[in-house]
Design a protein. Structure first.
Length: 232
């Protein structure tokens, strides 16, 4: 029997865990689940590969890498995370002698062609995703992923991998989320932040790209910038 190759689409996993009510993840338990409980192989071809946004990398690097994952940071919204996983899957040895199983944590259909190709070479494909619905009431996971490959419902392992429940400060429309049952402070109506950036233009540009990604997640939050040279 060959070895197991594991790939985690971190952005997809993030959205799936939120839909399941998971606020923070036990990454060591996620590693154990992927390595020891899914599929028949227990020997790894390489460290489980995990894509994550640049902002997430800065915050979550230690717990994820300490759990045993190989992290790869990408910018959000540009599809590089999917493409990097697809590229690495395509580079796996042909046939099933060296790698006989692939475990993918993802919900979208972008991975279907590369998984079909690997299945055609004799590899067994496992997809860990969710049965949860999105905001439009449709399944978050591609139906073709569930039908063509060995689908494993993340929902069944919620208690195993959840460190804390998801408790948002505000609801999806930007209003208060059950504040009467919470001691959390109300949202500020106006917040002004003054930053002094002394790094080079490239670093400053990366900072504003990350900040824009954060602001984009909140429809009622606006960002205004006024850059001025620093007086020496």
């Amino acid at each position: 029997m060959g070895k197991k190759a594991i790939f985690v689409d971190g952005q997809s996993l993030f959205h799936m865990t939120i839909a399941l009510g998971i606020g923070s993840t036990k990454y060591n338990q996620l590693w154990n689940l992927l390595v020891k409980e899914i599929g028949d192989c227990r020997e790894l071809f390489n460290r489980p590969f995990y894509t994550i946004t640049h902002a997430g990398f800065l915050k979550m690097k230690k717990p994820i890498t300490y759990a045993g994952f190989d992290l790869f940071a990408t910018r959000t919204g540009n599809g590089k995370d999917d493409q990097e996983i697809i590229t690495r899957i395509n580079k796996l040895p042909e046939g099933s002698d060296e790698v006989s199983e692939i475990v993918l944590v993802a919900a979208d259909g972008d991975y279907i062609p590369v998984l079909q190709k690997q299945a055609g070479q004799g590899k067994k494909i496992f997809v860990l995703a969710t049965e949860a619905l999105n905001r439009e009431g449709r399944s978050m996971t591609s139906s073709q992923l569930k039908e063509e490959f060995n689908f494993v419902a993340l929902d069944n392992f919620k208690a195993k991998i959840m460190r804390h429940e998801w408790r948002p400060y505000f609801d999806e429309e930007g209003g208060d989320a059950d504040l009467e049952k919470s001691n959390r402070p109300r949202q500020l109506t106006n917040l002004e932040v003054v930053l002094t950036l002394t790094d080079g233009a490239g670093m400053v540009g990366n900072f504003f790209a990350d900040l824009s990604d954060i602001v984009a997640k909140y429809p009622k939050m606006k960002m205004h910038t006024n850059t001025e040279p620093l007086n020496q």
